[in-house]
Write a protein that binds this ligand. Structure first.
Ligand SMILES: *Cc1c(COP(=O)(O)O)cnc(C)c1O
Length: 391
């Protein structure tokens, strides 16, 4: 008999009942150090007082009105994002995959408005992840996600990750945009080198294409900048955001330049819940914290500390780990042992990590983790490594 919850997930037998900072409490009382943050979502950790206050204050006043009316919390969050980024305009969604939907629609509509309706193709890369909607799975293009689900949304060209020559060769009269994660998350914490980010920007400029960055996982302070592309000194035309921006409340956004948003006039797109008062009240509190230069400086400091300790862990356990990679607090440990075994050994030692492709375990801790948490993380990961070695 089918489970009452549609059985699309492989769940670990863990049942968390409370969260505090970087810690999760299991119902049996064990305390787990959370280096997963619900997949890069709990950017400010669990039960951050400012987020609890923002959410409960809003909950006592007004939950939902729809986008038929003014939503001041949404306006304030859009203004903040415009102030802190390349963007001139913002659309709010409830998830990353909805942000992907709009990014794709916006890029195609742009060329439609420019009297080039044949330009519908978007270049993407293997190992990417853009969500589970029909556009999201078509964009990533892996058979694992698309097989069996009927016709795949056309208009995506999939290239090998890192193949810049391939990009130039793939551009035709039907190309509209290049879509890429500055640091691949699900693909195994694979950063795009700054030089490649610059090259992609230059290619887009040369051919009149739009650059769409998927910062759903790597954005909102995760890499030590508010958005990851800032490291490369470039800006996109369109950017997808979600995960961290809601700090645990479902919230996403598409940020765009005025130019890229050319075709998105009244009635061309919408969402019932997107940008609702609850989500935006929390989003404002998240951005107020994360966009603070002192906060980001501290993320970078802790990231350096963690990375240094992880390098030691890797060299001490070469049968388990191969290398550390990533940026800021978006780190991957490429494994020699089977990554799932390492994740499970982590559970046994009360530390949470997240598996990814390419035999990697991801470390995506709350950006608020303390120096003691960093030290404890590496102690627990080392216990897990020893357990894997002795298995
Ligand atoms: C998680 C993720 C998505 C999809 O976000 P959902 O909120 O799960 O729909 C899209 N792109 C990237 C890079 C992601 O990590």
């Amino acid at each position: 008999m089918i489970a009452s919850v549609l059985p699309t997930y492989n769940r670990a037998p863990l049942n968390f009942v409370k969260g505090e900072g970087a810690w999760l409490v299991e119902k049996d009382g064990r305390r787990f150090l959370d280096l997963g943050s619900g997949i890069a979502v709990n950017a400010l950790g669990h039960a951050h007082p400012a987020l609890v206050e923002a959410l409960t204050n809003q909950a006592q006043n007004l939950w939902h009105v729809s986008n038929l009316y003014e939503i001041p919390q949404q306006q304030a969050l859009a203004d903040k994002l415009v102030e802190h980024t390349f963007a001139d305009t913002v659309f709010f969604t409830n998830s990353g995959t909805e942000a992907c939907e709009l990014a794709v629609k916006m890029a195609r509509k742009y060329f439609f408005e420019k009297d080039q309706p044949e330009r519908i193709e978007i270049i993407t890369f293997d190992g990417s992840f853009h969500g589970r909607s029909s556009a999201g799975i078509a964009a990533a293009g892996s058979e694992k996600m698309t097989k069996g689900f009927g016709p795949v949304l056309p208009g995506f060209v999939h290239l090998t990750f890192g193949d810049l020559d391939g990009v130039t060769n793939a551009i035709s009269d039907s190309t509209a945009a290049i879509m890429i994660e500055p640091v691949q998350g699900e693909g195994g914490i694979r950063p795009v080198p700054d030089a490649d980010m610059k090259a992609l920007r230059a290619i887009c400029d040369e051919h009149g294409l739009l650059l769409i960055l998927d910062e759903v996982q790597c954005g909102v302070g995760r890499t030590g900048k508010l958005f990851a592309h800032e490291w490369a000194g470039i800006t996109p035309d369109i950017m997808m955001v979600a995960k961290g921006i809601g700090g645990g409340f479902p919230l996403g956004a598409v940020l765009a330049t005025e130019k890229a948003a050319l075709g998105m006039t009244a009635g061309t797109h919408g969402s019932t819940y997107g940008g609702n008062p609850l989500g935006c009240a929390v989003g404002n509190a998240v951005i107020d914290h994360v966009a603070d230069p002192d906060f980001l400086a501290d993320v970078n400091r802790k990231a350096g500390l963690l990375r240094q300790k992880l390098e030691g862990l890797v060299s001490g356990h070469p049968d388990v780990f191969e290398e550390v990679r990533g940026a800021g607090l978006m780190l991957g440990l490429k494994c020699r042992a089977v990554n799932i075994d390492v994740v499970n050994a982590g559970y046994a030692n009360e530390v949470i990590t997240v598996p990814a492709a390419d035999n990697v375990i991801r470390l995506l801790p709350p950006l608020t983790l303390t120096d003691e948490d960093v030290a404890e993380a590496v102690i627990r990961l080392e216990k897990a490594a020893i357990q894997v070695e002795n298995a």
